[in-house]
Design a protein around this ligand. Structure first.
Ligand SMILES: [Zn+2]
Length: 256
């Protein structure tokens, strides 16, 4: 009896051992499988990260370089330090008087505007400067530099002081034939009746005050109440409505 029982227990123990070995074997396989699965997943996550980074980057590029619309309106040509007159620039001029000229396409509006100022009873108005050829601008620039040099300024100082009022040739709106300076070309002009009239009515003839005080940082030019630029009636009205200077308005047109 005892032997039989011992044998029974022994058999059972063997079965248990086999089950245990099998179980541990299965667990090892399962663990290994899980481990491999996890590794695989993390690799995929990394891949996904890469993909999302790429799309993010391409989105950023799209924001930085939007599809800009090309401005073809000749009345909105931008000329400044960063945008000198194109080398192939040609212009048809017409005379305002014996010495001064303006763009042929806009001179009618300039004449009508000056006549309207006079018709309103303001006679203290005259064109001091309009179109300037590159050569003339060069002379103006060189003379001013020499003035400062003769007064004892260094070359750097003379250039800096000159550039406050006279642009380098090809970097002035006067080279375009679309800008006009009134009266004595100084800040006192802002206290005149003519200036007041221009502020109220110039847009009607397509002219804007090109360098307002509050836009100096954008235009890069200090306040010039005497300097008026032709942009056309529709543009002048729109710029006033949007409270934009030419630089801002062009950007607005390029992006809308
Ligand atoms: Zn000017």
């Amino acid at each position: 009896m005892k032997d039989k029982r011992r044998k029974y227990v022994k058999n059972n123990m063997n079965v248990l051992k086999i089950i245990l070995i099998l179980l541990s074997g299965i667990s090892i396989i399962l663990l290994a499988f899980l481990w491999l699965k996890l590794e695989d997943k993390s690799e995929k996550v990394e891949e996904n990260d890469d993909v999302s980074n790429k799309t993010e980057q391409s989105n950023i590029i799209e924001v930085v370089v939007p599809n800009k619309k090309k401005i073809t309106d000749w009345r909105l040509i931008l000329v400044n330090k960063e945008n000198p007159l194109p080398k192939d620039f040609v212009i048809e001029l017409e005379n305002i008087d014996e010495t001064k000229q303006f763009d042929k396409r806009a001179i009618g509006e300039l004449r009508r505007m000056i006549q309207a100022i006079k018709n309103s009873g303001i006679n203290n108005i005259w064109v001091q400067s309009a179109y300037r050829s590159i050569e003339y601008q060069q002379n103006l620039y060189d003379n001013k530099i020499n003035d400062y040099l003769n007064k004892g300024a260094t070359k750097e100082e003379a250039e800096k002081l000159t550039l406050e009022y006279i642009n380098k040739p090809g970097e002035s709106e006067h080279n375009l034939g679309l800008a006009v300076d009134f009266n004595n070309v100084n800040n006192d002009f802002k206290n005149t009746k003519a200036f007041e009239w221009l502020n109220d009515n110039a847009k009607e003839y397509g002219f804007i005050m090109r360098y307002p005080e509050e836009k100096a940082e954008i235009t890069g030019v200090a306040y010039e109440p005497w300097h008026w630029r032709y942009v056309g009636r529709d543009n002048a009205y729109k710029m006033e409505e949007l409270n934009m200077c030419l630089e801002e308005y062009r950007k607005y047109l390029e992006e809308n």
